[in-house]
Design a protein around this ligand. Structure first.
Ligand code: ATP
Ligand code: MG
Length: 395
């Protein structure tokens, strides 16, 4: 038995003892049968949040209107959601209306794919009304109910199908696949934030390339902000991208696509400022790497992490082995690794020269940094002072 399940069991039993139903549902049940690691558990209950509050002393309202409540129990915190149905997503963001229902079946029916629509009871009895287990065995992603209807309700499900391909290395069942091709254009109505969250999971999955091929085959890519192009997918088939992490894979895709305005592209994807900054820096580093090998100064100015990432990406792009030893040696041989390692401060320069502060302090610091990195100067106060007095002041 899975540990997360065991921890939650007393909570499920307590809900049952109060005359309600409670089940593990969704992704955790799927992953349990796939023997995949379970990250978080979803619990569905017949009780409303108000009724749950009568049972447990400590609860936190996290989304009462959607039926979601957090129970703080001695065994941990458990989020649970009342059985519910959802009406259509007219703005493709969130369901127009959530209706609480008392039957598990109704709740499972609204879920996207058969593999995600199974429930496990506190006695480990499986409720599988749509053949989810069989589809897991077939390694197939198939909608609950008619695919066209389900994609009409929420077009994001099409992209979810493809991100599950990436995570599970499954195929998409034929009717589901055909429906995606027909309805692909509806993806353009879906809020980019929802799309970006699925895309991130897609790029991080072990079967990313297979998933991206589906994106192209179904024509979903035509209704996404540009990023995934036929050229990208074709190139990915020829290189060993698996060694890269999610951020590096994104940079790889951008590099292969040769998009000229990376910033605008990532903004269209509603990526966070942090992600944009990181990608722009990787993009700059890849441009540098195309012309020459990385130096200590690159690591000093840009940081060891992005430079290492760029080195890895460049190795993948050029189909050569990544030389980890070279990067490690380079890093360890650096006399200074960042500005805070410098033995002197700007105030020293002002004192030694007797000059007023100004832009020259920065210029002088840069020259000294480079000399230390090039091992032409020791990083200690007396050597630096001597250099300033004999070289800088004389020039
Ligand atoms: P992961 O392990 O990546 O979190 P998951 O299956 O738990 O996968 P979530 O996005 O966390 O995926 O959704 C939890 C469950 O809610 C799904 O398993 C599915 O049953 C249901 N679900 C989520 N999004 C939708 C949707 N757009 N339409 C229908 N059902 C959905
Ligand atoms: Mg989940």
């Amino acid at each position: 038995m899975n540990e997360l399940f065991s921890q939650a069991l007393p909570v499920l039993k307590e809900i049952e003892a109060n005359g309600y139903e409670a089940y593990f549902v969704g992704g955790c049940v799927r992953d349990y049968y796939l023997s995949r690691e379970i990250n978080d558990i979803d619990i569905a209950v017949s009780a409303t949040p108000e009724e749950i509050k009568q049972i447990f002393k400590k609860t936190i309202d996290v989304g009462i209107e959607h039926g979601t409540i957090l129970v703080l129990h001695e065994k941990g915190q458990f989020e649970m959601t009342t059985f519910r149905t959802e009406s259509t997503y007219s703005d493709s963001r969130r369901p127009d209306k959530v209706t609480f229902v008392r039957s598990l079946e109704e709740d499972l029916k609204r879920r996207d794919f058969t593999m995600n629509a199974m429930a496990l009871s506190s006695s480990y009895e499986l409720t599988d009304l749509f053949g989810g287990r069989e589809d897991l065995q077939k390694k197939e992603i198939k909608t609950v109910g008619l695919p066209m209807e389900r994609f009409e309700e929420d077009a994001l499900r099409m992209l979810r199908a493809v991100r599950f391909v990436s995570q599970l290395d499954f195929s998409i069942e034929n009717h589901t696949f055909e429906a995606i091709r027909v309805y692909a254009r509806r993806l353009s109505r879906v809020a980019t934030e929802r799309i970006a969250a699925e895309l991130e999971k897609l790029i991080n999955g072990p079967a990313m390339e297979r998933a991206l091929r589906y994106v192209i085959e179904t024509n979903l890519h035509a209704y996404l902000p540009v990023l995934i192009t036929e050229k990208v997918v074709k190139s990915l088939g020829e290189i060993d991208w698996k060694v890269l992490n999610a951020g590096e894979r994104l940079a790889l895709i951008i590099a292969i696509g040769e998009f000229d305005d990376v910033k605008t592209l990532l903004k269209q994807w509603k990526m966070s400022n942090k992600t944009i900054k990181k990608q722009l820096s990787l993009s700059d580093l890849l441009t540098i790497r195309a012309g020459r090998a990385f130096t200590k100064a690159d690591i000093y100015h840009m940081g060891i992490e992005p430079v290492t990432s760029a080195e890895k990406i460049a190795a993948v792009l050029n189909q050569r082995p990544y030389d980890a030893q070279y990067m490690e040696d380079l890093y360890h041989s650096m006399r200074i690794k960042s500005r805070s390692d410098l033995a002197f401060k700007g105030t020293h320069l002002i004192k030694w020269t007797g000059k007023k502060g100004g832009p020259w302090v920065k210029d002088c610091t840069s020259v000294i940094e480079q000399l230390i990195l090039d091992e032409e100067l020791e990083n200690n106060l007396s050597d630096i002072k001597e250099w300033v007095e004999s070289e800088w002041l004389q020039k």
